[in-house]
Design a protein around this ligand. Structure first.
Ligand SMILES: Cc1cc2nc3c(=O)[nH]c(=O)nc-3n(C[C@H](O)[C@H](O)[C@H](O)COP(=O)(O)OP(=O)(O)OC[C@H]3O[C@@H](n4cnc5c(N)ncnc54)[C@H](O)[C@@H]3O)c2cc1C
Length: 451
């Protein structure tokens, strides 16, 4: 029996993991990626012959789906665990925020406020009903447990960091989910935070998975933007790429919902409207390549709302600089609401604005330490899910027969990260295999496995 032909659209971590998982089960997979390389948001940039993450990427010690894939794809020897530290920048000062002692001495808060902040973190670990969290505005939840003072000093700047101006309308789920994920990096309250990185970034895993998938018969096409998903009689029958229709038995999209909406003119109108109305935060994220280290932290959270970037992330406090030719990498991200005009700023303007504030934060910084200032951007990063809109999350199996979809909208209440996306890939693969008949897929897998 001919194996079914499956098109996967999008070569980010989700698309590549799917290609690996489905080809492993004997399906004939072809992946189309618009860009020059695989990886998407988790892709790389080349500087001075070194591959580095476009955007800062860490793997948490609790990210078991990622670690399993790293092992299966044969790059476990390039995975490193490192204890990491974080700090806060408040009122012109840098404060460590790692140990219970740091916490008890954290000067921006008084003793009672520190106690309430601690209570919030513990409270999040015991709350397991995310649907309940989805009905509570994040601001109300945080003020109720932490109090107004802590909210203004700590939570409000962190919310601004993640949601820009869209924070008012988001449910408590987001901070709850983040607190639980971050606590997963510690074994108990007093232990150190552990994170992992892959030498040369997330792309190391993506490349290894793609090689495995190729060995299993998958095909990868780069610089191949899909122009349309061909739908006939309510059923997906192929894709149009380079002006040519390519027939497929099943099509899987891993694109952001508004992009997918544009590719399915013949899908039911209410489905297209649902996809098109999904809003996303974008990101503007300059990378400073430096000759020496700037701060002792992996991430420095910023409580000063006049500073346009919302954190200083020195990834070489996690990554050994020897893996990036001895450079020190500092990312200065700003998440952008859909209407934030900063998205239109040219790189020169971003540099001027960012560096003005950077000098104020680090008055002793020597500018001759800057080797490069590279601006990275992305339009569709984190979906914005306002309260009470759970019913607007589309299913993996779409109303168009033989069209499946997945993206960061479908992992709610998780936030976008490699762990959640690779788990989603496993769920999607299961549904696809069920649809094509797992028996057929299994028998094909054994045929392929024979020498
Ligand atoms: C600043 C930042 C920091 C982050 N930090 C972390 C972190 O520390 N840890 C972590 O786990 N995660 C992190 N993430 C999140 C992580 O990068 C994403 O959740 C994940 O990469 C999403 O993968 P994806 O495959 O779903 O989407 P994407 O990576 O967006 O992939 C979609 C792909 O589809 C392609 N495409 C679009 N249109 C078409 C078309 N018409 N035809 C063909 N292809 C098309 C795109 O080019 C892209 O390659 C971070 C993200 C950002 C932006």
């Amino acid at each position: 029996m001919e194996p079914l032909r499956i098109a996967i659209i999008g070569g980010g971590i989700l698309g590549v993991t799917l290609a690996y998982k489905l080809s492993q089960r004997g399906l004939r997979v072809t992946l189309y990626e618009r860009g020059d390389n695989l990886g998407g948001l988790a892709g790389y940039m080349l500087y001075d012959g070194v591959r580095m993450d476009r955007f800062y990427h860490t793997i948490l010690s609790s990210d078991m789906s990622m670690q399993t894939l790293i092992e299966e794809s044969g790059v476990k020897d390039r995975l490193h665990f490192t204890p990491t530290k974080q700090g806060f920048y408040d009122n012109g000062q840098l404060y460590p925020f790692n140990t219970p002692v740091d916490f008890l001495l954290f000067p921006p808060l008084n003793l009672f406020q520190r106690f309430r902040l601690g209570l919030q973190v513990i409270y999040a670990q015991f709350e397991s009903d995310w649907r309940k969290m989805d009905t509570i505005p994040v601001e109300d939840w945080l003020i109720k447990v932490s109090g107004r003072g802590v909210y203004r000093k700590v939570w409000q700047p962190l919310l601004r960091a993640k949601f820009d101006t869209t924070a008012q309308n988001v449910p408590a789920t987001y901070i709850w989910s983040r607190l639980r994920r971050m606590m997963g990096t510690r074994q108990g309250v007093t232990s150190k935070e552990m994170m992992c990185y892959l030498e040369n970034g997330y792309y190391t895993l993506i490349e290894a998975l793609a090689h495995k998938a190729e060995a299993q018969g998958a095909e990868f096409h780069l610089q191949a933007p899909i122009e349309e998903i061909v739908i006939e009689g309510g059923r997906a029958v192929g894709v149009r790429v380079g002006g040519q229709a390519q027939p497929f038995d099943l099509v899987i999209s891993t694109l952001a919902s508004p992009i997918l909406a544009q590719l399915v003119p013949n899908a039911p109108a209410d489905f297209r409207a649902l996809l098109a109305k999904q809003e996303y935060l974008g990101v503007l994220c300059p990378l400073l390549i430096l000759k020496r280290s700037l701060i002792p932290y992996y991430v420095l959270n910023i409580t000063d709302e006049s500073i346009p970037f919302t954190a200083v992330v020195e990834t070489t406090n996690l990554i050994d600089p020897k893996h990036v030719k001895g450079y020190h990498l500092v990312y200065l991200p700003k998440y952008l609401a859909p209407d934030n005009e900063m998205a239109t700023w040219p790189d020169d303007r971003v540099r001027e604005e960012w560096m003005g504030h950077f000098r104020r934060m680090f008055p002793n910084f020597d500018e001759s330490d800057i080797v490069a200032f590279i601006v990275q951007r992305a339009r569709y990063v984190e979906p914005i899910r306002p309260m009470g809109t759970l019913h607007e999350i589309p299913p993996i199996k779409t109303p168009v027969e033989n069209l499946y979809m997945g993206n960061t909208v479908l992992i709610y209440p998780d936030l976008g990260n490699g762990e959640a996306m690779t788990r989603l890939a496993a769920r999607m693969a299961e549904q696809v295999l069920e649809a094509v008949g797992s028996c057929q897929a299994l028998s094909q897998a054994s045929v392929i496995a024979e020498p």
